[in-house]
Design a protein around this ligand. Structure first.
Ligand code: IDP
Ligand code: MG
Length: 154
């Protein structure tokens, strides 16, 4: 089973959408294996968004991501990385598909509610960057045999 990082951004916290977004991922059948609230330091953001450092809009993203604490979560599931990217929708929220988190709940390129890892390799690095080993959990999911067929279970 894959593990992936999700951040619920300051707009999700401020707009009281934390519960709604977590509920969507839970109802999909994904398994929550780590969760915490964090005020993100600038140096962590500079690493996390290193592909955007240097862009003219990066200072605004950094200050936006620091306006309130965020909720960091680690989710587990079969193909969890790609599955959550699909549920999230494209970056420019007003063009995100109906039914997606961004498509249903946001209008902005910057304030698009959620970060999710974009590849398995990135997910592994991001989960390690945001969570200490003892903040991630393994436990039995008693519904797993109703969520997956035997061949899909990890
Ligand atoms: P993603 O979050 O869909 O993976 P990335 O390209 O990795 O998108 O960008 C990271 C975040 O930076 C976006 O979610 C958004 O908050 C912000 N961002 C990306 N491009 C722009 C832009 O052109 N203007 C303002 N903010 C942007
Ligand atoms: Mg990205």
């Amino acid at each position: 089973m894959e593990r992936t990082l999700v951040l619920l951004k300051p707009d999700a916290v401020q707009r009281d959408l934390v519960g709604d977004i977590i509920s969507r991922l839970e109802r999909k059948g994904l398994k929550l294996v780590g969760i915490k609230m964090m005020q993100l330091p600038a140096d962590l953001l500079d690493v996390h968004y290193r592909h955007l450092v240097g862009r003219s809009f990066y200072p605004e993203i950094r200050s936006f991501m620091q306006r309130t604490p965020v909720i960091a979560c680690c989710w587990q599931g079969a193909d969890a990385v790609n599955t959550i990217r699909l549920l999230c929708g494209v970056t420019k929220a007003r063009e995100a598909a109906p039914g997606t988190i961004r498509g249903e709940l946001a209008m902005s390129v910057q304030a698009n509610l959620i970060h999710c890892s974009d590849s398995l390799e990135t997910a592994q690095a991001e989960v390690e960057r945001f969570f200490k080993p003892d903040e991630l959990f393994e436990y039995e999911d008693i519904l797993e045999t109703f969520i997956y067929s035997s061949g899909e279970q990890g």
